[in-house]
Design a binder for this molecule. Sequence first.
Ligand SMILES: O=P(O)(O)OP(=O)(O)OP(=O)(O)OC[C@H]1O[C@@H](n2cnc3c(O)ncnc32)[C@H](O)[C@@H]1O
Ligand SMILES: [Mg+2]
Length: 203
Amino acid sequence: MQRKFDGDQLVLASHNKGKLREISALLAPFGIHVSSAAEHGLEEPEETEDTFAGNARIKAHYAAKETGLPALSDDSGIAVEALNGAPGVYTADWAETPNGRDFPMAMEKTWKLLEEKNAPFPRKAAFVCTLCLAWPDGHDELFEGRVEGQVIWPARGEHGFGYDPMFVPEGFDITFGEMDQDKKQEMSHRADAFAKLVKGCFE
Ligand SMILES: O=P(O)(O)OP(=O)(O)OP(=O)(O)OC[C@H]1O[C@@H](n2cnc3c(O)ncnc32)[C@H](O)[C@@H]1O
Ligand SMILES: [Mg+2]
């Protein structure tokens, strides 16, 4: 059977350096020439949907249409159980300030809300990721990944990006910010979604 992805070029439809690093490493074994949205001079489309899949679609289809190449996007975030899944699709928005994104501030805000609610411990959370592979002809494939864990405070660790320093995956006592990044790549929400993408499109 012919595999669904039969090209040799892919645009990564993301402007997030942490994601670009992780997804490029995951793609490395497949011998695909990878370029980024920034290299193509693409703008960041507005993420107007209220689901990960909806926003992943917006980003991938925009990049595929603009470049004429298949494009892979990632829409992700952290869902905290006691906050009814917030910040969820609004994970990046919670970090927005007039001077750019401030993740220490966003993590502290998340923790303060849990304190105000007197939420029980462990304060369960999951990182979730939807990958969208879209082609210039307008068709696409979606893959969802997830990793369960809890949020902790104070945040710990200098590795990774975003909310990594406050997330402890299930079965561990260190945060994604403290974890060796090869280890995060084995077990993250992004790695989980990517494994499904490989099965669905690269095999
Ligand atoms: O939309 P693009 O350009 O891809 O980049 P973005 O940073 O805006 O990405 P999202 O809109 O998907 O928002 C995802 C948010 O969730 C956070 N996030 C996602 N995956 C993460 C991970 O593996 N570790 C830490 N934080 C993560 C990330 O920091 C963002 O604030
Ligand atoms: Mg975004």
